[in-house]
Design a protein around this ligand. Structure first.
Ligand SMILES: Cc1cc2nc3c(=O)[nH]c(=O)nc-3n(C[C@H](O)[C@H](O)[C@H](O)COP(=O)(O)O)c2cc1C
Length: 405
């Protein structure tokens, strides 16, 4: 079982209804060998008594910044240095805003500012609070500075709303934490090339053909592969996503550009994962100037030519061929169509998803997939794309490099 042995975890608990679940989280962290010290905000203390966390953690609970007694024993700077990781669960909208702004107006925010330890947050709040542009911007700011967000999950909420904002369950937080700070190095020493996002085919200087791919799945896989020890090249179409930590990113626009970058990267890769939603056809002619409405007839037909099939080209190699994993975005007969693609393109494995399913697909943070290879099919039930990516990397590594296990 992956472990947190010898890890010193500073658990920040903030003022949300999910604070009661953090009592169980302390136990689950200790089960994996961690030492836990708890910091509670004033808001958190309205929901759960510090005594609960003191009894469970076996350590005094830290609550106040301006406490002379605390400064004589373990003060805020010592606590900040003591932590191997700071985990905030539940992370309120308020604490996310304070951390994004660099505030140091209570013990927890001051610790976060004073510590060089990795910061991991498990947000928990009402769905409208989570969806609010201010919270979304704060989440992005924190992530761009290296913080990891675990969740939130979606579903029914304590307030009666339904939507994203539920704190992940304690065991899922523990798994996410391990994947963040002590992931199994299943791809150590391996070179991995991953394509992600859409491609874009110009019609003229202002218009293009593309699709709804957000790139979230491919970026999550790149992040998971890097955490698993791989040297990752991420070939990204036009997307608005931060580059995952430790990943080498190559930005492309057209399918032909992506093809060239993929061939270059595949020459030196052990594993190639094609998660991009490549545009299959491009205009036969790209106009130099903007096409004018007045110049066309009522029934002008766009002439298209086929784009290169990137994943089939890499899988069809006779030399320097990496283990090749494709994706199939289907809207009907998902497994059947994916199996056809696996055989037709000579892939080693295919990950099929139903993009018409409201529980997943292009722009969602969640997905449900079927992993198919010559050994059979495996359904991975609906989960956050970030969690699914970690599971997929584990399964792909086990099949691509069985001797490494
Ligand atoms: C009953 C109740 C439940 C609340 N639940 C949440 C919550 O789940 N998430 C959240 O961000 N804020 C929640 N709030 C609001 C926070 O408690 C409030 O923003 C507080 O200032 C957070 O401070 P802290 O981040 O320092 O703990 C709740 C408030 C009340 C009264």
């Amino acid at each position: 079982m992956p472990s947190l042995a010898d890890k010193r975890i500073l658990l920040g608990v903030t003022g949300g209804i999910a604070a009661y679940k953090s009592a169980d989280l302390v136990r689950r962290l200790q089960d994996r060998g961690a030492t836990v010290r708890v910091v509670m905000t004033a808001g958190a203390r309205e929901f759960v008594k510090p005594l609960t966390f003191q009894a469970l953690s076996g350590n005094p609970v830290h609550t106040d910044l301006l406490d002379p007694a605390a400064e004589a024993a373990m003060g805020h700077i010592e606590l900040a240095k003591w932590a191997d990781v700071i985990l905030i669960a539940p992370a309120s909208a308020s604490v996310m805003a304070r951390l994004a702004a660099g505030m140091a107006d209570d013990l927890l925010s001051t610790l976060c500012l004073a510590s060089e330890a990795p910061l991991v947050l498990a947000p928990a709040m009402n769905q409208a609070m989570w969806r609010h542009p201010a919270t979304q911007a704060n989440a992005q700011t924190l992530q761009s500075r290296g913080a990891t967000l675990l969740g939130p999950d979606a579903g029914s909420q304590a307030c009666g709303d339904v939507g994203p904002g539920r704190m992940l369950e304690p065991l899922d937080i523990v798994d996410g934490l391990i994947n963040t700070i002590a992931p199994e190095q299943v791809l150590k020493g391996k070179k991995v090339a991953i394509t992600a996002g859409p491609t874009r085919e110009a019609l003229d200087p202002v218009r293009y053909l593309s699709n709804h791919s957000s790139g979230k799945m491919g970026f999550a896989i790149a992040a998971a592969a890097a955490r698993a020890g791989a040297e990752v090249t991420l070939i990204a179409g036009p997307v608005r996503l931060e580059t995952p930590a430790g990943v080498n990113r190559v930005d492309v626009v057209s399918t032909e550009d992506m093809h060239k970058a993929a061939e270059d990267a595949a020459d030196d890769s052990d594993l190639f994962i094609a998660a991009a939603a490549v545009v299959d056809f491009r205009p036969a002619v790209v106009a130099n100037q903007k096409i004018k409405k007045e110049d066309g007839s009522d029934s002008d037909v766009l002439q298209l030519v086929k784009n290169p099939d990137i994943v089939a080209a890499i899988a069809g190699r006779t030399s320097k061929r990496p283990f090749v994993v494709g994706f199939a975005a289907e809207t009907e007969k998902v497994a059947e169509h994916a199996r056809g693609k696996l055989a037709r393109k000579n892939l080693d494995m295919i990950i099929a998803n139903d993009v018409s399913n409201p529980e997943g697909g292009f722009n969602s943070d969640r997905n449900q997939v079927i992993l198919i290879d010559d050994n059979g099919e495996q359904l991975l039930p609906a989960a956050l794309k970030t969690e699914l990516a970690t599971q997929l990397i584990g399964l792909i590594a086990a099949r691509a490099f069985p001797s490494a296990e």
